[in-house]
Design a protein around this ligand. Sequence first.
Ligand SMILES: [Zn+2]
Length: 499
Amino acid sequence: VAVWALARRRGAGRDGPRAVLKPLPRHCGPRRSRGRAGHVAAPPSAEGHVGQAGTRRLRLGWAQDARRAGRGAGPGDPVHQLPHLEGWRAAQVGAGAGRGARAGSGPATRAPARSVCREDLWVRGGRILDPEKLFFEERRVADEQRDCGGCILAPGFIDVQINGGFGVDFSQASEDVGSGVALVARRILSHGVTSFCPTLVTSPLEVYHKVLPQIPVKSGGPHGAGVLGVHLEGPFISREKRGAHPEAHLRSFEADAFQDVLATYGGLDNVRIVTLAPELGHSQEVIRALTALGICVSLGHSVADLGTAEEAVQSGATFITHLFNAMLPFHHRDPGIVGLLTSDRLPAGRHIFYGMIADGIHTNPAALRIAHRAHPKGLVLVTDAVPALGLGNGRHTLGQQEVEVDGLTAYVAGTNTLSGSIAPMDTCVRHFLQATGCSVESALEAASLHPAQLLGLEKRKGTLDFGADADFVVLDDSLHVRATYISGELVWQVEEARP
Ligand SMILES: [Zn+2]
């Protein structure tokens, strides 16, 4: 076990603290596991991969609380009188080399910078634990281990743009917004989403004032995915590119712009992201003010040219809302907001993140590939899901509209007008993988690491590094979700896996 721990640590050092899944040289997995078979070797998988060259397996070890108070346990851990370690038996969390090759990530003989590898994952106090300390300092092992049956473990998905789902519309004011948010939070666990930003589209002031105080930042758990803060998309957006946002409620900034923003939203306490159009007058001062408060500014629903967009990034904007949708189309003499992906006028050491709706409907696969190949590290998968998410085929009443759902498309009933995305996050991950031919790791990072980096949470979320929150998904080879964990606790699992 110690050998594995060291191998993991070296991997983390080489790739920096943000590695989603640590690299290991292909040869080291099986060889090292044989050396310490008593502790490390997982039982042969049903697929018979064990012992085959290039096959890697992971185990998952669970440990709770430290023997000695204040040692190894993270802040907020429950203090138990007696030491208690709890873990799981041999989790097989690896991916064979064949998976990377199939995904077209390059020659199978060359280990990618970050790759799915066979390794143990340990958890204590809701965080991912460095087992080296456990073994050598505390001289302990896990009490309990669990076999993950050859599945992949990846950081939990983070959806930074979701308007509702399961009939719930976050932009509808009611006395009990909380129960709607809670319903969505619970149901998206089955999509592998462990935290999200409930998103409000352009709304009348009363809606902001009523709804926002009812959506506090909240940790995830068995009750549902964690709420990271609200994403306010509008109302300070372009009339021309408003899309489905109601024209009557659009606003531009008044002379005292930031006061206008505060008056509009009625407070920013629960707000994490604001999407605005940077071509509106006074927008640069608003961007600076929001950024100073730690709120992420995203550019979208906009007719901005590249120069204006670059100025907005210089002022602090870090995100682009659903790239390609609701902005000027790419033009070679003025590439508009899309040009930020390859701009050389961004602040040193910073790059732009951009949301992509990879449902196979809102973005053509060729456009998805252009964006991904130009700027893979900035790609953030978002669902931009509407309340029809999860309702199934048929006609549904949503707000003032009738919506016809057919597969992954939702039309305004009787028309050809798309009424929004209804693809779950895991569907977007699979489509993105298939459409771009990227590696499994890249697809998983686009739904986990990148949104975490966007929100400055990469030490806690979007990663399986030591010390990070133990929010993760268990995925089969085809990236279908088998189980979801938050803070080391099983919060959802697929029906047939239930006892
Ligand atoms: Zn939008």
